[in-house]
Design a protein around this ligand. Structure first.
Ligand code: APR
Length: 236
């Protein structure tokens, strides 16, 4: 009897920390260096689109200097024996570059830009590449509106939350990696798990999770934690 399981991951900035990408709320994190409401909120975009455009140009430049870490690769390797869905709050493409084939980006994608009038219309999406990643402030999308990062800004809806919740509701195992669970609705996904399924949380620090869930905290970084998950999955 194969022990093929449906494993659903929820990852956050800590998943990419070992790839060298700074998290948001750790000491020295991104929100310590930039006023989050100026560079990552809808209001901030309306007030100074050039600043926001330059901020994401810089984050894209940094992304191209990084590689997937061991944790990304171990997540991807589980696809050999299990059905794996990766729900990520991260806007980098490190899960995809590590080989994960089923990734849901809740907060958008750094390598995509879109119309600022019709964000979800794929007709106006453009994918940026290492040799074409900088958006000149003021550039227009094909519908004549300002081209903007395909990022879910604070104050905006999270269009992928429903498909993500549906996947969590079908999980046999739920694994949370590298997120402080501060931001909703992503942090509320744990509530969609079927009662009693094993939930693992990989994080070197303590993270508060709601009561009543069967959560095992693996107090380690993403790569070391995923090594332990792979071992555990061999035994269940
Ligand atoms: N391995 C695993 N986890 C780590 C590591 C590591 N090497 N280093 C740090 N962490 C943990 C931290 O302890 C923290 O719990 O990663 C978590 C990072 O939390 P945040 O910085 O709050 O990032 P995240 O939870 O992804 O933020 C959610 O907030 O600003 C918005 O849109 C942004 O998607 C982001 C959302």
């Amino acid at each position: 009897m194969s022990n093929r399981k449906k494993i659903v991951f929820l990852t956050g900035a800590g998943m990419s920390a070992e790839s060298g990408i700074s998290t948001f709320r750790d000491a020295g994190g991104l929100w310590e260096q930039y006023p989050v409401m100026q560079v990552a909120s809808h209001t901030g975009w309306l007030q100074d689109p050039d600043l926001v455009t330059r901020f994401y140009n810089e984050r894209r430049r940094q992304l191209f200097t990084t590689q997937p870490c061991g944790g990304h690769k171990l997540v991807a390797s589980l696809e050999q024996d299990h059905e794996v869905v990766v729900i990520t709050q991260n806007v980098d493409d490190l899960h995809e570059r590590a080989g994960s084939t089923n990734v849901i980006h809740l907060h958008g994608e750094l390598l995509k830009v879109c119309s600022s009038r019709d964000v979800e219309n794929p007709r106006y999406w453009q994918t940026l590449t290492p040799d074409n990643y900088e958006v000149v402030p003021g550039t227009l999308a094909a519908d004549g509106s300002l081209l903007r990062p395909y990022i879910v800004f604070f104050e905006e809806a999270v269009p992928m939350i429903a498909p993500a919740a549906e996947q969590v509701g079908k999980a046999d195992v739920f694994v949370i990696i590298g997120t402080s669970l501060n931001v909703y609705p992503a942090a509320g996904l744990i509530n969609y798990t079927r009662s009693g399924i094993p939930i693992y949380l990989i994080d070197p620090k303590d993270v508060s999770v709601p009561y009543g869930f069967n959560v095992t905290h693996i107090k380690a970084g993403a790569t070391e934690g995923m090594k332990q998950i792979v071992e555990k999955l061999r035994r269940i």
